[in-house]
Design a protein around this ligand. Structure first.
Ligand code: SAM
Length: 382
């Protein structure tokens, strides 16, 4: 990370990338390292951090809380699933919820989190709210890990344009020892450890500490008190402003869709290979053949199927596809032998169940039927 001196005589610094991006990156790195499933960002404002975190595959529940509904609504649509998420649902489940509410209030929806982030939040809280914040976040929510960042006032003289505080809404800005004393007291009271770090290094010779100071708190004991707490605090005081449940293969309707697509695709590749093989055999025997083009156009990813045993291997009769008139019949057992199909379905019964009624099958349901007349127009899939 670069730090740039602006003037020789009175050095003022700027950061590249900007410090707010460095803070988000810091959280992303912690998420990559600790792989939390449930993450909440308190004082999430316009949800930029949440948006970055939605791409972290370990996270299944992502929650944002802010006292301002307006600021939440500014960019919340960026957290909605995109068309691509429906076309190719992910293996993981992901739910994103935004709440309007205050960190001074207890709501059972905030129980059971692995990680809670409070980025540049505490300096916006009045003293009485900050006191409640400690009890609510550390005592009640009590997640496995809490990350708190706040400005380090010792750095302010090096920042251009800063006079008293860095932002007019700040109620205080602490120096290093003020923040560390508060953090250590809080950690001791609520049974956490705390380690300090920061972002934005000062220029050489300026012993003022990081521009942003950060405390990483880790809960000492593994508590399982969520059940009793949610019994005691049943009233929801936060208001849901946004909720998105992402399509996931964990949901049967999406899994079934993915299986049907994969089976149709696999069957078409097998049929295409069989017909091409027949045609070349025919050419060998008949010399000049009138037909010059395959009726099935091999697709780009055709090559990837070459790594699987040839469909024409005669070692297992039940696995062999065959042509009957205009129809290619491909045993389900053959289709199930393809790794992607097997991985999606898990077992043969699930494969049968998912495709019955969705794909043309033989009368006993043991083979997928591809109509060579209509195959190129994709009419087999109904
Ligand atoms: N965390 C965001 C980030 O890093 O980009 C922005 C933090 S912004 C400086 C502080 C946010 O805290 C504001 O969006 C404000 O509405 C919110 N806030 C202030 N008091 C709050 C409270 N009591 N409970 C929840 N959010 C609060």
């Amino acid at each position: 990370m670069d730090v740039m001196l602006q003037k020789e005589e009175c050095p003022k610094v700027t950061f590249t990338p900007p410090l707010y991006k460095q803070r988000y990156q810091f959280i992303k790195q912690l998420v990559s390292k600790h792989k939390p499933k449930k993450v909440a960002d308190l004082g999430c404002a316009d949800c930029m951090l949440l948006w970055m975190l939605k791409f972290c595959n370990c996270i299944e529940v992502l929650v944002g809380l802010d006292i301002s509904e307006d600021v939440l609504k500014e960019k919340m649509h960026k957290l909605s699933p995109l068309p691509g998420d429906y076309l190719q649902p992910s293996e993981r489940s992901l739910t994103i919820i935004l709440y309007q509410g205050s960190v001074a209030l207890k709501d059972p929806c905030m129980l059971g989190f692995d990680m809670i982030t409070c980025i540049e939040l505490i300096e916006h809280l009045e003293a009485n709210v900050l006191e409640k914040f400690q009890e609510v976040v550390f005592g009640f929510m009590s997640p496995t890990m809490i990350i708190i960042s706040t400005p380090n006032s010792e750095f302010n003289p090096l920042l251009p344009t800063v006079t008293l505080f860095r932002h007019p809404d700040h109620k205080f800005e602490w120096n290093r020892s003020q923040f560390q004393n508060w953090a250590q007291e809080t950690a001791a009271r609520y049974n956490y450890t705390v380690e300090f770090t920061g972002l934005g290094i000062p220029p050489p010779g300026k012993d003022v500490g990081f521009c942003t100071q950060i405390g990483v708190f880790v809960r000492k004991c593994i508590k399982h008190v969520e059940a009793t707490r949610s019994e005691k605090y049943q009233d929801h005081v936060y208001k849901i402003v946004f909720k998105a449940v992402y399509p996931s293969l964990k949901e049967e309707k999406y899994l079934q869709n993915a299986v049907v697509n994969e089976v149709v695709w696999t069957a078409q590749i097998i049929a295409s290979e069989l017909l091409d093989h027949r045609k070349s055999e025919y050419k060998k025997h008949c010399g000049d053949c009138v037909e010059t083009e395959s009726r099935f156009k091999p697709r780009n990813s055709f090559l990837k199927y070459l790594e699987y045993p040839s469909i024409l291997e005669p070692n297992n009769k039940n696995m062999e596809p065959f042509i009957n008139g205009n129809t290619v019949s491909i045993p389900l057992a053959k289709i199930f032998s393809f790794p992607k199909v097997k991985q999606l379905c898990g077992n043969f019964e699930t494969l049968s169940k998912f495709i019955t009624g969705k794909i043309a099958l033989s009368s006993d349901g043991s083979a997928v039927l591809i109509d060579t007349e209509y195959e190129n127009e994709g009419h087999n899939y109904y």
